[in-house]
Structures are given as structure tokens and as C-alpha cells.
Write a protein that binds this ligand. Structure first.
Ligand SMILES: Nc1nc2c(ncn2[C@@H]2O[C@H](COP(=O)(O)OP(=O)(O)O)[C@@H](O)[C@H]2O)c(=O)[nH]1
Ligand SMILES: [Mg+2]
Length: 302
């Protein structure tokens, strides 16, 4: 897993690794070096607050004195870990949801972010942890979305609840949850709603309302799937979903395809929402539990 994460973060870490040595040519930690360092950290989407924390650590310690690349690396890793650690939520926790009642996990997010793929990855993960899983294809907007989920369900040997294209997504979620047995987890895929479309957001709220008719605590989790390649746009999306439906955890996908891996840090700092997992590729195995030490180590290679 460690190697996979390192590989997935390599586009971001390479950018940092290539640029950092150049700014330390003077060796001395002066204002110009600090400003250049800040630019690099911002360009990697680490966010202004994280950049500031790193700069202030270094400044306090070494301003006007020599600083080694190694020390910059250490400050980076330590600051990133301290920011992320409070927001790590063990993915394994999902497998310990109540045994005596059915559980509903709703996946939300903008079209193309990786919801359907993440549903499949989570189903695979839960099955491997001896959980019984079923899926609800509540992206009733597009026939292809239902087919995509059925394909995964078939491959995983997991039942998939479907309804004809254009049907009421909330009604499907309701009937799928009604069929969910105690101890079983229902993963609900939803349509890719543009966070700017009010009617689609209202539909998500309706899904939550009807689930509550079966169990007042449902949905037990609302996982927001965000695409790391969108960088700062992911922050905007997080804010809209947080305000409209509430989010209990984040899954950040496509960390393998981006030099914007630092966005994970900005997200955590802004929304203080725990990260459950990260997507590192397109197969069902490409889901990693989120680990602050592994992430910081993968981002800052020496
Ligand atoms: N490289 C990479 N591709 C991913 C990842 N997660 C999803 N994808 C791809 O992103 C595209 C959109 O995914 P999909 O699950 O259909 O998104 P949805 O519209 O939110 O349901 C598909 O081509 C997926 O294979 C990931 O972690 N890494
Ligand atoms: Mg989908």
C-alpha cells in the first residue's frame, strides 16, 4: 500500500522535489528564499495556511542563517502530519458499523469525480472485511451509470438495486434500504449533480429524508467524493455539499493523475472533515485508507 501511495503521489512529489533545491541556492534563509518557497507550496495546492505554517516554523528557527534542504523537507513533513493527523478516519471503521441493523452509506459528488468507481472499491473493501454489501444505482439519470454499477456488482458478486432510467432516485433508495438486512451495508450511488444545480441538490436531500423514514439515523454516512485533479475547485464543491446535505467523510480520488495532491491538505484545513480513503487508480484495488504519515512521506520525497 505504501508503494502504491508513493507512486500515486509521484506527480505532486516530483514537482516539489524538482523545485525545492533551486530555491536553496543561497543556502541562507532570507526573505527571497521564503517567498520562493511559499510560491512552490501554493503551486502544489498545499494552501496558504499550510504554507504559512511551514514558513513560520523555518523562519523562527533559521531566519538569516543557513538552512539545508533536509531541514526544509523535515519541516514540510512534520507540518503536513500535524495538520492531517486529527482528520484521519480509519477506513476500517466502516466495517464496524452496527451489526444489528441495516446501514446506509450515501456517496455524493459532482459528475465524473469517481462516485460509481468508489462505490465498487468500497464494496470490494467491505467484502474483504467479511461484510455483506448491496448497492443501489440511484444515478437514474443516465442508463450508462446503472450499467456501470451493475457491471461492478456482477464482478464482485454483490446485489445491485436498479430502476428504469428517469425513475425517482429517492424511491429506489427507499426500496433498496428496505431490503437491506441487519448488519448489511447499502452503498448508494447517486447522480453526478453539479453543485450549482439546485433541483439536483434537492433530490439528494429527498433521498436522505426517505431513508430516515426507515431509520432515523440513516444515512449513517454521507461520503463526498472529490477529484484531486480539480485542485482548488474541490474546495468549492466541498463547501456546497457540506452546506446542503452535510458530509461525514471525504474520499479523494485520482491522486494518481495529478500534481495537485496538496489539495488534500487545503481541504482538511478548510472543512475539518475527516478523510476516509483516497483513490489511486481505476481498478477496485486502487483505494487506500488515508494515513497522515504515509501521505506526508509520499508527498515529500528526499
Ligand atoms: N486515475 C484514476 N481514475 C479514477 C479514479 N476514480 C475514478 N476514476 C475514473 O474517473 C472516471 C469517472 O468515474 P466515475 O466513477 O464514473 O465517476 P462518477 O461520475 O462520479 O460516478 C472513470 O473513468 C473512472 O475510471 C482514481 O482514483 N484514479
Ligand atoms: Mg456515476
Amino acid at each position: 500500500m505504501w508503494n502504491r501511495l508513493k507512486k500515486a503521489l509521484s506527480k505532486t512529489s516530483q514537482t516539489l522535489a524538482e523545485k525545492l533545491p533551486a530555491i536553496l541556492l543561497h543556502k541562507r534563509l532570507d526573505a527571497e528564499t521564503l517567498a520562493n518557497l511559499e510560491d512552490i507550496l501554493i503551486a502544489a495546492d498545499l494552501g496558504p495556511r499550510c504554507a504559512e505554517a511551514i514558513l513560520s516554523t523555518l523562519k523562527k528557527e533559521r531566519f538569516g542563517r543557513d538552512v539545508s534542504l533536509n531541514r526544509v523537507h523535515e519541516a514540510l513533513v512534520a507540518t503536513i502530519i500535524s495538520i492531517l493527523e486529527p482528520y484521519v478516519r480509519p477506513l476500517e471503521g466502516l466495517a464496524y458499523l452496527p451489526q444489528d441493523k441495516p446501514t446506509a452509506v450515501l456517496l455524493v459528488g459532482v459528475n465524473g469525480n469517481g462516485k460509481t468507481t468508489t462505490v465498487a472499491k468500497l464494496a470490494h473493501f467491505l467484502k474483504n472485511n467479511n461484510k455483506s454489501v448491496r448497492l443501489a444505482a440511484c444515478d437514474t439519470f443516465r442508463a450508462a451509470a446503472v450499467e456501470q454499477l451493475c457491471h461492478w456488482g456482477h464482478q464482485l458478486g454483490v446485489p445491485v438495486h436498479t430502476a428504469p432510467q428517469g425513475s425517482d432516485a429517492a424511491a429506489l433508495a427507499y426500496s433498496a434500504f428496505e431490503a437491506t438486512n441487519p448488519g448489511e451495508i447499502l452503498l448508494i450511488d447517486t447522480a453526478g449533480r453539479l453543485h450549482t444545480r439546485d433541483d439536483l441538490m434537492a433530490e439528494l436531500e429527498k433521498i436522505c429524508r426517505v431513508l430516515k423514514k426507515i431509520s432515523p439515523e440513516a444515512p449513517h454516512e454521507i461520503l463526498l467524493v472529490l477529484d484531486a485533479t480539480t485542485g482548488q475547485e474541490a474546495l468549492t464543491q466541498a463547501s456546497v455539499f457540506q452546506n446542503r446535505v452535510g458530509v461525514s467523510g471525504l474520499v479523494i480520488t485520482k491522486l494518481d493523475g495529478t500534481a495537485k495532491g496538496g489539495v488534500v491538505i487545503s481541504l482538511v484545513q478548510h472543512y475539518k472533515t475527516p478523510i476516509l480513503a483516497i483513490g489511486t487508480g481505476e481498478t477496485i484495488d486502487d483505494l487506500s485508507a488515508f494515513d497522515a504519515h504515509a501521505f506526508a512521506g509520499g508527498l515529500v520525497i528526499r
